[in-house]
Design a binder for this molecule. Structure first.
Ligand SMILES: [Zn+2]
Length: 342
């Protein structure tokens, strides 16, 4: 299985984090990549460095204003008097009926950032650009005939919409992979098993009948992203019926989680996609510091087996999974199942 990784993604080194009114250290650290690479190493999987993807691959998902913001925000922020070291919004747009504040970097930060968890530093654009390159390269491998490919992407992407970054995510790398697969396949599905709802991916495809989105996650009634991720969200317009959310209790263990994956795969089978993207969060693990669910390594291994057995050309895109030495074994477990190694 081809695996793609770009060391330049380590240039994104977010610091700011605001949780329960306290300033903490951001959880989306470059150290995550080392832990995930160690998981690949245990399986004897080497990584390839992806070529630069065409800008059109990014524009297939994101607005020109958003991409321009991500690319230049940090430089513009540095011109503010008494600026901090990272772009962190202190206002938030209520977008309906609002005007885009094109001339203010403070205003644009509030427009394009949905919360404070994805601060932009000097290396953030380069990192999210290279992460997108990994996702595009993995999609390319699958389009070329590989049954499965893995993109070790950070920052993650599934909380970002077409024009808003949030939840530790900048560009939506999973959605970018979907659009690459759509260049060949009439229908593409997503099966998001990150412990957080894939609200950004849902938002990108919510009105479309050519992409079936499925997300299995901790109930947003008491967990991020709070405002979406409920079972009644089924799509809109042409996309009605093509979004499936399966929220589960925070106490969920393997059996209920795997049953939800089976339900998601059944919906995907009915959709008959030409290819599948798995936004592969590993933060549902019982030892993950974000404590969203209680999935074991055996559960991850079984999930990998089930997804591989479904038989679609599949792109695995790394999403969440936070700092713990257990992250290495979580990736190893999922991939060993997916590769049929027990
Ligand atoms: Zn997550």
């Amino acid at each position: 299985m081809k695996c793609f990784y770009a060391p330049e993604t380590e240039a994104h080194d977010p610091q700011f984090r605001l949780t329960h009114g306290r300033l903490l250290h951001n959880a989306e650290q470059a150290e995550r990549a080392r832990l995930l690479l160690a998981g690949l190493d245990r399986l004897g999987l080497a990584t390839e460095t992806p070529p630069e993807a065409p800008r059109a691959a990014l524009e297939a998902v994101h607005t020109a204003d958003f991409l321009d913001f991500l690319e230049h925000a940090w430089d513009e922020w540095q011109k503010l008097p008494n600026c901090g070291p990272e772009v962190v919004p202190n206002v938030f747009a209520q977008k309906a009926g609002s005007t885009y504040p094109r001339d203010s970097i403070v205003g644009r930060a509030g427009w394009h950032m949905g919360d404070t968890s994805a601060p932009i530093g000097p290396g953030s654009w380069q990192a999210t650009r290279r992460a997108a390159d990994c996702a595009v390269a993995a999609a390319g491998a699958v389009l070329a005939g590989d049954p499965m490919a893995y993109a070790l992407t950070r920052p993650p992407g599934h909380h970002s919409t077409a024009d808003t970054a949030a939840g530790h995510c900048l560009m939506n790398v999973s959605a970018i992979a979907v659009e690459r697969l759509r260049t060949r396949h009439a229908r593409v599905a997503t099966l998001d098993i990150d412990v957080h709802h894939g609200n950004g991916t849902q938002g990108v495809f919510y009105g479309r009948a050519d992409v079936q989105t499925v997300s299995i996650h901790a109930d947003p009634a008491s967990y991020y992203p709070f405002f979406v991720g409920y079972a009644h969200e089924t799509g809109e317009g042409a996309g009605e019926g093509f979004n499936l959310n399966i929220p589960l209790p925070r106490t969920t263990t393997d059996d209920a989680w795997l049953a939800a994956i089976e339900t998601g795969l059944a919906r995907i089978a009915a959709f008959a996609p030409g290819a599948l993207v798995v936004p592969l969060g590993l933060d549902a693990h019982e030892n993950d510091p974000l404590a969203g669910m209680k999935i074991s390594w055996d559960g991850f291994r079984e999930a990998g087996k089930m997804i591989a057995a479904a038989g679609y050309p599949t792109v695995l895109v790394q999403e969440g999974g936070y700092l713990s030495e257990d992250l290495t074994t979580s990736l190893e477990s999922f991939l060993s199942g997916a590769l049929g190694r027990g």
